[in-house]
Each structure stands twice: as C-alpha cells, then as structure tokens.
Design a protein around this ligand. Structure first.
Ligand SMILES: Nc1nc2c(c(=O)[nH]1)N[C@H]1C(S)=C(S)[C@@H](COP(=O)(O)OP(=O)(O)OC[C@H]3O[C@@H](n4cnc5c(=O)[nH]c(N)nc54)[C@H](O)[C@@H]3O)O[C@H]1N2
Ligand SMILES: Nc1nc2c(c(=O)[nH]1)N[C@H]1C(S)=C(S)[C@@H](COP(=O)(O)OP(=O)(O)OC[C@H]3O[C@@H](n4cnc5c(=O)[nH]c(N)nc54)[C@H](O)[C@@H]3O)O[C@H]1N2
Ligand SMILES: [Mo]
Length: 773
C-alpha cells in the first residue's frame, strides 16, 4: 500500500491532479502487483488498436493514439487483474466461509485471482473443488427444479464482452425469462430510460471528435480525475484551446481545478499544470433539476429580450420548428415557474444561475456530460430529461461539437444493453430473436436489481447467477440483501477475484473462475477476441495479452455456453460451437441486432466502427417522430422533504460516492488523495457550520441512521467527521460501507435506481471511537 502519508490522516491536497502523483502511484502498483511475468509491456497495449480494451472505464480511446494512454486508475485495474497472487483450492481448504466473512473487502481483494471452480460444502463450511462438468450439471438441476423460469435471476456486471452477453441473454430467454438485473439498474438507468422519450435513444450523441470542436463543456455530477482519467486529456486540450469548462457539483473536485497531464513531457518537467474548469457551481444534492430548469427559464427570458430588442434570437428557432414537439407547453411551464422555488430547491443563488445561463447561451457548441451525481436521485429521470430540454433549446444536439454525453461506468456496460441484457426488452428485439432462433421468447418484463432482491425476500427468486460483479455489496439495504441472497437455493458467480458475494451465498453455491479481459483466450487453438462498446458507441475488438492466471480458467463465453448446453441441450442452438469460435456468435448477432451488418468484417478494422445513434443525425425515433420537450414540476412530496419536516435542519442528505483508490466494491487501497483522505475510508464530509450546529467537534466520530417509514432500523457506525467545502445540509461518505443506509425501496422514478446520492440521515455521536480500516 502507498505510504506517502501517515496512516489515518486528513491533509488537504493542494497540487494539481494527475502528474507525478499519478506516475508514482503507477510505479508502486507495478511493483506491488508484480505484473504477470514482469511483463510491463502489457500496460502499453492497453487501449491500443491491437491490444485489449481497458477494463477500467467506458471512456473511448483515440483511434489515432500512437502512445500509451497513461491512466493511473486504468493501470490499477489492469495490475489488479494481472496480480501473481492466487486463491487456490488450498486457500479454501484453510478457511471456512465464516472466517473469510470476518475479512474486509480490501483484504478479500488482496488474496488474488481465483484458480479453480469451487462448490460450497455445508458440512465443513468450506468451498471445495468441483469439476467444471459437475458445476454445469448442478446449475441445470436447480434450474429444472424450479416451478417456473421466473424463479431464477441472471445478473450482469458490465465487464463481460458482447459475445458472452449475447449468448447469456439468448440462453436465459430460451430458458424462459427476462430476469436480467444488471449494474445499469444502479448506474445510468435514468439516462437509458429518460433519453428515449426526448431524443429517441438512451445513448449519448457525441463522439470524441466533438470534444475537439466544443467551445463549452458542462460537467454535471462527475469526478473524472478519479473515475474517467482519460477524459482529463480531452478536458485539458479543450481548456488549452480556450473552451469554457464548468463543473456542476456539490464538491469542488480537485481534478477539475488543475490537471497535470502525465502524457505531457513539458508539464511534467516544468511541474506545470492546466487549469480545467473556470467556473464551479455547487448545487445541493439533487439540486441539479431546479438549477437546469432555472437555466432553461433564463434562456427563454433572454430570448424574449432578444425579440424585443431585435437582436439575434437566443433559441434555435429553426431547430425547434423542424425537429421538436412540445415546445409551447414546455415554455409555458417555464414561464409559470417561480424563481424563488428554483433557488431554494437548487441551493444555487440567482447570481450563479445567471452566470451559468450566460455561459450556456454564449456557447455556440455545447457538450453536457453527466455521471452518477445526476442519475442516483429520486427525480433523476426528470433531471436527465430537463438537461435534454435545455440542450434542445439551442439546437445543441446532432451537430459538430455539441451534444449529450452520459459518461458510463463499466467498460462494456453499454454494449451489454445493446446486445440484449435488458429486463424490459422491446417487442421488435424479441420478434427478431425469436425468428432467428425459431422460438417464442418470454414477453413479460423481468426483474431489475431492486425487484430481484424483493422477490428473493418473498421467496419467489430462488436461483441467482451472476456474470461478474459483487451483487451483495453493490446493492442497497445490505443486511436485507444478505438475507435475500441467503434464502436462495443456488447462487453462482462467474468471477475473477474473491469478493463478499461469494461468501453470502445460497444453500448450494458455486464460484466459477473466469479469464479477465487482459488474458489470452484460446479456443480450438485459435486466439479469440471479444467485442465491446464504449460510452460513445464505438465498437471494437479486444484481445488479451497475458497468460491466464490458471490453467483451469474458462472464458465467460464458454462458461455461459456450457451452462446453456447443460440446461437446454443443443437441439436448437449449437452452444458449444459458439464457445469454440466467437466469430460464430458475431454472425448470429448480425442477424438479430440492428446496425451489426458485416460485424466480423467491421470489427477487424483498427479502431472498430461507430454504432449508429439516430439522434446524432437528428433522426428522432420517438412516438412523435420529433425530439420531445418534456415539462416537469419540482417534486413536493419526497422522502427527503418528509424527513426534513420531521427533523428540520438536523436532517442531512447523504451522498455515497467513490474514493480515488477503489473500483466500485473493489478496494485497492485506503487513500482518497485528491480529497485529502489517507489510510482510512470511514469518513463523512460535512460543512463546518452544520457540524457545529449539530454540536460536534471537528474530528469526532459519528454513527448514521436513516430516516425511513417502514420501521426497519438502518445504521452505519463509526465515521470520522471531516470539515469540507460542501453545501449546508449535505454530507458525503464512501460506498459500499454506506449501502446499509439505503432503503431498498428508495429508488428513482421509472428507472428504479437506488437513490445512492440522496439518503435522508441523522448523525449521532459514536460510542466506539476506533480507527477502522
Ligand atoms: N477508478 C475508478 N473508476 C471508475 C469507477 C470506480 O469506482 N473507480 N467506477 C466506474 C463506474 S461503474 C461508474 S458508474 C463511474 C462513476 O463515476 P462518477 O459518475 O464520477 O461517480 P461518483 O464518484 O459516484 O460520483 C460522481 C460525482 O458526483 C458528485 N455528486 C454527488 N451528488 C451530486 C448531485 O446531486 N449533483 C451533482 N451535480 N453532483 C453530485 C460527487 O461529488 C462526485 O464528484 O466510474 C467508473 N470508473
Ligand atoms: N451506495 C452506492 N451503491 C452503488 C453505487 C454508488 O455510487 N453508491 N454505484 C452503483 C454503480 S454505478 C454500479 S455500476 C454498481 C457496480 O456493481 P458491480 O458491477 O456488481 O460491482 P463491481 O464492484 O464493479 O464488481 C467487482 C467484481 O467483479 C468481478 N470481476 C472483475 N472483472 C471481471 C471480469 O472480467 N469478469 C467477471 N466475470 N468478473 C469480473 C470481480 O470478482 C470483482 O470483485 O454499484 C452500484 N452501487
Ligand atoms: Mo456504474
């Protein structure tokens, strides 16, 4: 672990993000993880045309990149997969599950790569080895035993390649259900459900090239220096070019202030750095909806002024007339909207709303990007649609240098959805799938993540199969989720490394170890590549370079195909042929999926191809055939408001977020460098005046308790109070430690995403005051 700072210290970070800190970290990681065979060259093949797709995040790659894109957190992800440490059958023989459960998530991660398929043995409370064929047979036996196929749920975390995901959804639908809970349900679902109604497709409309032409970048609810470091390169270039960059975030994230590009020799040698955002707007948690509505209202007013003065219109009238529907009703709603309400709800002053509106209307080519700060609230869907409205007002969709840019998380989460991981599939998709494979796919909607847990608690979902991920730690209401998982007859995890979801298991349980993205995958003597789609709909092929962590590992595609073969037989589909040659899977995808014509040919080209996004070309696949303006009112009856009515200013709204040294539920190390937190994770950021108002001293320890209406006690104990520049009434802490605080039924409208960024909590002085790891 990095030991540049004293264990358990809080020290404000006053350097630019990136730079030598990142390089040092990378060097430390390489040594620590002893990258397989000492082959550091692996790292230089990351995101290269002939290399593998970085499993770190879904930010796209420059096709013409000739040098290694130096990304600290990408290196961490690769190094973590390439570790030489192993979790062998011997390891499991030495530890009962009860013992392993005592270890922290950080410790579990440190044990290394899983080497062999294992099955749970209740008598010894240990995982013991099982032959692959017996594991498949056990799964088939459980699936056959169910009363109906909807008693099984099939989770996906967005790292699987398109081939594995496609075979998975085909198998599950042939088995008879659409129960596809996936990580998107907890992530960008508000985007995926919100955008189709406005612009016709739930994906972003920009390409990397647009970043070269934009003059204004609005970054909503994102911390790219940590979560999408390669995006920093684009922001730095844009800033150097004179583009205006605004960060809209309750926190002034360090990485959006100044950034030193590790790729830039000059910046590195001169200790220079580039200023990134020129303006910081700090709404309160969930205040973006009112803020964006305020900017839209101001844009309309400025257009009124222009009409009156006979100057150039502020609205893109031609775009609105030709391409949109619903503008009149939307504008009428904006005019009726009370200003004070917008200021109160957003937590942003009239002056700052004015500032943002002026920046927005001055921009000729505006890109709006957004992340989890927008999508994990009760009214996230409405916020995404309001942002889309705002962008449409000035025609900022479907032209060069402008557009909507949701920034996704997992490296292939977008691709998984494209190829059919979707609990609410369209009828057209099912029609095509059924026709190509000559079967009648299930038509009823399946369970998403939250519904899956609820159905487990009701005893209605009995088999859980996870293609990657760490379900019990990523999901809300941790103790109830544990109960849900433990009530299952069978839990199965296709996985690379040990995590808590393997230890909180059903009556029968399997751990099936798989190849990672960075590893060579040979089937029938031929190296196989897998295809992925990034946040900007670029599809390309990825080939692993490292020797597999163990001889017993199977690829994800092969595991899924074998489960299908064992369960359904190969009368209708030759599953094992798919496992033996992924090009055959791609041929099948070409027949089922729109836009996948000549798939094998097109992905063979370096850089791959762009999967058409109709809205980018101003073709609107909506019910009206136009881009729709959608009016929304500020919500008056919300859990936060109800809790505030009970507890007044003592009620805090909690956001749960990522530190610099974690990848979702995987904890690499205990620092959050740019926020000045070292050697610990149990901290809560609070405004000093709120801390004083609540009667706490700086450095005191607190417990958090959720205010909810179902009589269930929800607590998370022992957090160190850290004074921070955060709006009054808002606090921040890390996930997954805080997931016990999030009620299962506290979800976003329509998208059903857990409200991870707005949880109503009270703080109590903690009895125990230990430094927790
Ligand atoms: N290194 C690393 N990379 C990752 C991940 C990781 O864990 N580690 N996770 C991957 C995944 S799956 C995802 S989805 C992405 C996540 O990447 P991000 O979208 O950046 O996710 P978070 O870190 O959860 O939070 C983002 C930001 O939202 C701000 N925020 C919180 N609430 C609000 C709000 O109400 N309004 C506004 N405007 N801002 C708010 C927070 O202050 C924080 O800066 O990153 C991906 N990449
Ligand atoms: N409170 C709170 N909760 C959140 C969030 C939040 O901001 N706050 N964010 C949510 C978001 S955005 C997301 S996306 C989810 C993430 O939820 P998940 O995707 O379920 O979680 P991860 O931590 O990314 O999963 C990590 C595990 O995946 C496995 N793995 C890694 N690489 C591979 C691979 O190549 N193949 C396979 N088969 N397995 C692999 C390893 O076993 C590793 O332990 O969490 C959500 N939960
Ligand atoms: Mo995510």
């Amino acid at each position: 672990m990095q030991k540049t700072k004293q264990q358990g210290s809080i020290e404000p970070y006053d350097h630019p993000a990136g730079g030598w800190g990142a390089v040092k970290y990378v060097a430390i990681n390489l040594i620590k993880e002893k990258v397989a065979g000492g082959n550091y060259r692996t790292l230089f093949k990351q995101n290269q045309p002939e290399g593998f797709d970085c499993p770190g995040c879904a930010w796209p790659d420059r096709q013409h990149a000739s040098t290694f894109e130096f990304c600290e957190n990408g290196v961490k992800a690769v190094a973590a997969e390439a570790t030489t440490k192993r979790v062998t059958p011997d390891f499991f023989a030495q530890h009962t599950v009860a013992e392993l459960l005592q270890q922290s998530d950080y410790e579990l991660e440190q044990h290394g790569r899983l080497t062999d398929p294992m099955v749970y043995d209740a008598t010894s409370d240990k995982y013991v080895p099982i032959a692959w064929s017996d594991a498949y047979a056990l799964i088939a036996q459980h699936l056959h035993r169910l009363d109906n196929p909807h008693q099984a749920a099939f989770y996906t975390s967005g790292r699987a390649g398109n081939e594995a995901a496609f075979v998975y959804q085909l198998f599950v639908r042939m088995f008879g259900t659409n129960n596809f809970p996936d990580c998107s349900n907890m992530c960008h679902e508000a985007t995926s459900r919100g955008l189709p109604a406005t612009v016709g497709i739930g994906k972003g409309t920009v390409l990397l090239d647009d970043f070269e032409h934009a003059d204004t970048l609005l970054i909503f609810g994102q911390n790219p220096a940590t979560n999408h470091p390669r995006m920093m390169g684009e922001l730095r270039e844009a800033s150097k070019r004179g583009a205006t960059i605004v960060s809209i975030n309750p926190l002034r994230e360090r990485g959006l202030e100044r950034f030193t590009d590790p790729q830039s020799v000059i910046e590195m040698v001169t200790m220079g750095s580039t200023k990134i955002a020129s303006t910081f707007i700090q709404p309160k948690l969930g205040g973006d909806f009112a803020l964006i509505k305020g900017v839209a209202k101001r844009t309309l007013e400025l257009d009124d002024d222009a009409i009156e003065q006979g100057t150039e219109r502020v609205l893109d009238v031609a775009f609105i007339d030709e391409h949109t529907a619903g503008f009149a009703a939307f504008a009428a709603d904006l005019r009726m909207q009370d200003w004070q309400e917008l200021v109160d709800e957003s937590g942003v002053s009239r002056d700052d709303i004015e500032k943002l509106a002026r920046i927005y209307v001055a921009g000729k080519r505006v890109i709006a990007t957004w992340g989890m700060g927008i999508t994990q609230h009760k009214h996230s869907l409405q916020t995404v649609q309001m942002l889309s409205n705002l962008m449409m007002m000035r025609g900022n969709i479907g032209r060069d240098g402008a557009g909507l840019c949701p920034v996704r998380g997992h490296s292939n989460v977008q691709g998984n959805r494209t190829v059919g991981i979707e609990e609410k599939p369209s009828q057209e998709f099912l029609d095509r799938l059924g026709k190509v494979y000559n079967f009648e796919p299930p038509r009823e909607h399946g369970f998403d993540v939250v519904e899956t847990i609820e159905e487990m608690l009701h005893g209605k979902v009995k088999v859980f199969i996870g293609l990657g991920g760490n379900f019990v730690m990523a999901t809300p209401d941790t103790p109830r989720t544990f109960d849900a998982m433990r009530s299952c007859a069978l839990t199965v995890h296709v996985t690379t490394k040990l995590n808590r979801s393997h230890l909180v298991h059903g009556r029968d349980a399997l751990i099936l170890p798989t190849l990672g993205r960075t590893e060579i995958d040979v089937q029938n003597g031929v190296p196989q590549g897998v295809t992925v789609e990034d946040s900007m709909s670029m599809v390309h092929i990825s080939y692993g370079m490292n020797r597999p962590a163990s001889k017993s590992l199977m690829s994800e595609t092969a595991i899924v195909a074998n489960i299908a073969h064992a369960t359904l037989g190969s009368g209708k589909v030759d599953w094992l042929a798919y496992a033996g040659d992924y090009a055959l899977v791609r041929d099948a995808m070409e027949q089922v999926l729109e836009g996948f014509e000549n798939y094998n040919e097109r992905i063979a080209k370096p850089g791959g191809f762009h999967l058409r996004v109709a809205s980018r070309e101003r073709e609107w696949q909506t019910s009206t055939g136009k881009a729709n303006f959608i009016a929304h009112a500020i919500q008056k009856d919300t859990p936060i408001r109800r809790a505030k009515a009970l507890y007044g200013e003592k009620l805090m709204t909690l956001m749960t977020t990522r530190s610099h040294d974690q990848y979702n539920t995987t904890i690499y190390a205990l620092d959050d460098r740019y926020r000045g937190v070292f050697g610990q994770r149990r901290v809560v950021f609070i405004h000093p005046e709120d801390r004083a108002m609540l009667g706490f001293e700086a450095g005191e320890w607190v417990d958090m308790a959720t205010v909810w209406n179902d009589g269930i006690q929800r607590r998370a104990d022992r957090f160190l109070l850290v004074d921070y520049d955060i709006p009054r009434g808002c606090i921040g802490a890390y996930y997954p430690e805080t997931n016990p605080l999030i009620p299962l039924n506290s979800t976003g409208d329509v998208c059903n995403t857990p409200t991870s960024k707005s949880v109503p909590v009270l703080l109590h002085r903690s009895e125990e005051r230990t430094l927790a790891a």
